[in-house]
Design a protein around this ligand. Structure first.
Ligand code: MN
Length: 202
């Protein structure tokens, strides 16, 4: 049952040629100690999307969110589960070369830590268990996003995969008008735009 949560990094590694791609192969040991990291990467692959990643154990559980996160609790954003990524991926920003898996520009759109607030029948449970049960609640402490969010697995399938929804939970950080993915388009690591990353690193 644990295996389901820590799928491990074999799928991540099998899809990539690390001689060609600048993406990290592994996480330096001293880096494994940090806990509860999250990152949102803007990724201009074949289709532009945002990769939402939460540290669970020693990997980043990952979802592709085509429309990106919203801070309006009325929005339910499709979140398609993708491969676990190494923790070192949280600070990866650059260009995945043409003909490689996920080819295109990757920007660190937001980064920070989170607090697990997932409950089951009113009792606090671990992220690993919440993941298995398809229901996660967490509070983000990012540079752009703050406050409570939920990721909830649905019964429905999208292109054969059971999908999740990313939703802003109600709190003082909700905002029905502000759209951070529109108003805050630069990297939180380097302050660059997608075009600047492309120009610098191609
Ligand atoms: Mn991606």
């Amino acid at each position: 049952m644990k295996r389901h949560v820590t799928q491990g990094l074999s799928r991540y590694r099998n899809r990539r040629d690390f001689k060609q791609s600048p993406e990290p192969h592994r996480t330096p040991r001293q880096n494994l100690k940090r806990k509860n990291r999250f990152v949102i990467q803007k990724h201009a692959a074949r289709n532009l999307h945002y990769d939402f990643r939460l540290q669970v154990g020693n990997v980043l559980k990952s979802w592709a969110v085509p429309k990106g996160p919203s801070i309006n609790p009325a929005d339910k954003r499709l979140a398609i589960p993708t491969d676990d990524h190494p923790l070192a991926y949280a600070t990866f920003e650059g260009v995945i070369p043409k003909d490689n898996y996920g080819a295109g520009v990757v920007m660190v759109w937001d980064i920070g830590t989170y607090k697990n607030i997932t409950k089951h029948d009113g009792k606090a449970i671990s992220m690993a268990r919440g993941y298995r049960e398809g229901h996660l609640e967490f509070e983000l402490y990012g540079k752009k996003l703050r406050g409570k969010f939920a990721l909830v697995q649905t019964e429905s399938k999208y292109k054969g995969k059971q999908y999740w929804l990313l939703v802003k939970m109600r709190d003082t950080h909700e905002d029905r008008r502000r759209k951070p993915i529109v108003s805050q388009q630069r990297s939180v690591l380097t302050d660059r735009t997608m075009d600047q990353i492309k120009r610098d690193e191609s």
